[in-house]
Design a binder for this molecule. Structure first.
Ligand code: AMP
Length: 363
């Protein structure tokens, strides 16, 4: 018999202990669930607000067994969890959502773009790069410049380098430590937009409004929500998101990052098989936020309404910026979210603020 919908009092396992796990755990607690966090980090932001904490390596078989015994469903908040750890949980008979396969596709930029194109979703042109000869061939086929990215492990703009000429190929690959890579054509985008999408266990889909992303030094700095965009663009973004969710047989919340080009075409940059920084605005801007939505989806509950109820500017607080909390707390239109991290190193995501203003419905 299906255990879904999970009744309140059930335990939801989360692999990963960062801020996304913390906000998921808070949302789960509000719906009456207990949360178990598995993370190698002691004193992690998520474990400090959860009922159960398991401190162990992600692939530790004993820890995975403990988590599988404790939790009625297991999800993850961290994209670099080894997919093998999740398939190990699936092999133990645990309910894992999203699936290990969705994570595996998203973890490898080559597989990800190949999967997207096969599902009829456009991306920039790309080529697999395993050595200098591949890069030279890619310059011939795709032209210059090319953005070289490691296939795995890169995030927030890390593990990427522009190559402008074939004779710089060796240096570009050396700077990435000769890891398996892909070469991408420039996206030539006018702006970057993002969309948070959810799919329930019964195939029901719920999409949040499109948002505009502003990056600094490769890290998301600000999200403006909802994005001002013509209905045709919104419809295309929604078609892409729904196509992807269905193609993956996805359960949970997914973050989709897109490039909008001058000609109005949308290309997918990447997707994250989890709640996402570009969805933090939903905490204060939507009827049901992305964290509750994810918990609803994996627990087999009906999805909640995704409409915006406020316009929101979400700004990340990186490193020492979070030390400004007392001033920010004085601003009545500002909702402050702090992640409880003990140490503020430069660039580290310590919190975010959502600045609310009335929704102008006429756009
Ligand atoms: P990623 O790690 O793939 O999310 O890339 C980080 C950022 O690099 C993106 O948000 C874009 O600003 C930029 N970027 C990534 N891919 C491309 C591309 N093919 N062309 C131009 N800019 C890109």
């Amino acid at each position: 018999m299906s255990p879904f919908p999970l009744p309140p009092g059930s335990v939801i396992g989360i692999v990963g202990g960062g801020q996304l796990g913390r906000m998921l755990a808070l949302a789960a607690a509000r719906l009456g669930f207990d949360v178990a966090i598995l993370t190698p980090e002691r004193d992690s932001p998520a474990a400090r607000v959860a009922a159960h904490g398991i401190v162990a390596a992600y692939e530790d078989p004993d820890a995975l067994r403990r988590l599988a015994n404790l939790a009625q469903v297991i999800t993850f908040e961290f994209e670099n969890v080894p997919a093998a750890a999740l398939s190990g949980l699936e092999a133990l008979g645990a309910q894992v959502a999203p699936s290990a396969r969705a994570l595996a596709v998203a973890q490898d930029r080559l597989e990800e773009k190949t999967f997207l194109n096969a599902a009829g979703i456009a991306t920039v042109g790309f080529a697999a790069i395993d050595g200098e000869a591949d890069l030279r061939a890619a310059f011939q086929r795709l032209g210059a410049p090319l953005l070289i990215k490691t296939r795995r492990g890169g995030y927030d703009g890390k593990g990427q380098v522009w190559a402008h000429r074939a004779d710089g190929a060796a240096a570009a690959l050396a700077s990435l430590g000769h890891q398996p890579a892909i070469a991408e054509s420039p996206a030539d985008f006018r702006r970057e937009v993002a969309l948070i999408a959810a799919r329930g266990r019964n195939g029901e889909i719920a999409l949040y409004p499109l948002t505009e992303s502003h990056h600094q030094n490769g890290i998301l700095h600000r999200t403006s929500a909802p994005a001002k965009a013509p209905p045709r663009l919104l419809a295309e973004a929604e078609r892409i998101a729904a196509t992807l969710l269905s193609a993956l047989g996805y359960v949970g919340v997914l973050g989709l990052e897109l490039f909008e080009r001058d000609d109005g075409r949308l290309l997918v940059n990447e997707f994250a098989p989890r709640v996402h920084n570009t969805g933090h605005w939903t905490l204060d801007g939507c009827e049901v936020d992305q964290f509750e939505q994810h918990i609803r989806a994996v627990a087999g509950w009906p999805l909640g309404p995704t409409e915006a109820i406020h316009r929101v500017e979400m700004t990340n607080l990186l490193g020492e910026e979070a030390a400004d909390w007392a001033r920010l707390a004085h601003q009545p239109e500002t909702r402050l979210w702090l992640y409880g991290k003990r140490e503020a190193t430069p660039g580290r995501k310590m919190g975010h603020v959502n600045r609310l203003s009335p929704l102008d419905r006429g756009v």
